[in-house]
Design a protein around this ligand. Structure first.
Ligand code: PMV
Length: 331
């Protein structure tokens, strides 16, 4: 009863911000993402009758107690219930990127945990059910189960059975597409997305405007991806991210994830675009900026971005593969 899975992170091109059911993690709107080739989590899970409690090790550190461990245990409980088993589990998980750097580790983390733990518990889940399971760890994890470009359907049902991710195009559809993921100077983020989105829904006067505009953005994004129309994809993604941040900034109390390095990159991308360079940005619930470009401009943009004050590192990602089982266990 032991299995290991590897899952890539993803970045939303059309964002999810707000839940219609926070227990089952059902979103207010559908979202579209790209799975990121070079940012991944590897997780090994073993259910073992000799264990007296769940043991969780993250990036070679045992988690003693706290919210992080609790969320893993809650997730294991879902699996135990589904598989009708009682044994405790040993979990080891490691990211190939710095966890505190503000890159989406919950997406790859819960996708890898969903696949490894469900396999170890001998549940044979199809992609849809795996995505539904991963969603209950973290919404964005529902999308990391699949590769390439992915849509997470918001669904309508109360029980969440129609809220899952499905692939729009696989990773070979547009191999020239790049997501240059910058890592800027950052502390651990102050407002987690879970708390942030709930506060936005409660207090932001612009929230309904955001929801009303997402539908059009989803249509434009699907068309842009299908036609490999880079400027349509880039313009739609950038404006969608800015609209989401407008709701965050106008939440009470305000949630401002940007720092001065974030602003430096935003202004640089706009001025490069005025010069004729094809590049656009997107930003999640943190200060890091991801810059979209095509392979032909990757080298030049990487070198320009690395010169911006506050940029510590940059990881260039292409459309990545779906979550998969691997043979090399972490213990
Ligand atoms: O599912 P979470 O808790 O990782 O929230 C994701 C929220 C955003 O990253 C801001 C948007 C998104 O769709 O990934």
């Amino acid at each position: 009863m032991k299995a290991t899975a590897k899952a890539n992170s993803n970045i939303a091109l059309i964002k999810y911000w707000g839940k219609r059911n926070s227990e089952l993690i059902l979103p207010m709107n559908s979202s579209i993402s790209m799975t990121l080739s070079r940012l991944f989590t590897t997780t090994t899970v073993e259910f073992n009758d000799s264990l007296k409690q769940d043991e969780v090790n993250l990036n070679e550190k045992d988690l003693e107690f706290g919210a992080e461990k609790d969320s893993v245990i809650a997730f294991l409980n879902l699996i135990r219930k589904k598989a009708k088993i009682n044994s405790f589990a040993r979990v080891a998980s490691s990211n190939n990127f710095p966890t505190a750097a503000g890159l989406a580790s919950s997406a790859s983390g819960f996708a890898a945990l969903a696949l490894s733990a469900s396999t170890a518990a001998e549940l044979k889940l199809n992609e849809k059910d795996l995505s539904i399971l991963a969603r209950q760890g973290s919404g964005s994890a529902s999308r990391s189960v699949l590769g390439g470009f992915v849509e997470w359907l918001k669904g309508r049902k109360e029980d969440g059975s129609d809220s899952y991710a499905k692939q729009l195009f696989d990773e070979s559809h547009w191999p020239e597409f790049r997501m240059l993921t910058t890592i800027v100077e950052t502390e651990e983020k102050k407002v987690k997305s879970r708390a942030g989105m709930s506060q936005t829904m409660k207090t932001c006067a612009l929230y309904n405007g955001w929801l009303d505009s997402v539908h059009e953005d989803l249509i434009s994004m699907k068309k842009g991806l299908k036609d490999k129309n880079f400027s349509l994809v880039g313009e739609t993604a950038e404006l969608n991210a800015l609209k989401m941040h407008a709701t965050m900034i106008s939440t009470d109390p305000p949630i401002i994830y940007w720092n001065s390095s974030t602003m430096n990159i935003i202004h640089a991308v706009h001025s490069w675009r005025e010069e004729g360079m094809e590049c656009f940005f997107t930003i999640d619930a943190g200060p890091n900026v991801k810059v979209m470009c095509l392979q032909k401009d990757e080298k030049e943009l990487t070198s320009r971005l690395k010169k911006i004050q506050g940029v510590k590192d940059l990881i260039a990602c292409s459309p990545g593969k779906k979550a998969e089982l691997i043979q090399e266990h972490l213990f």
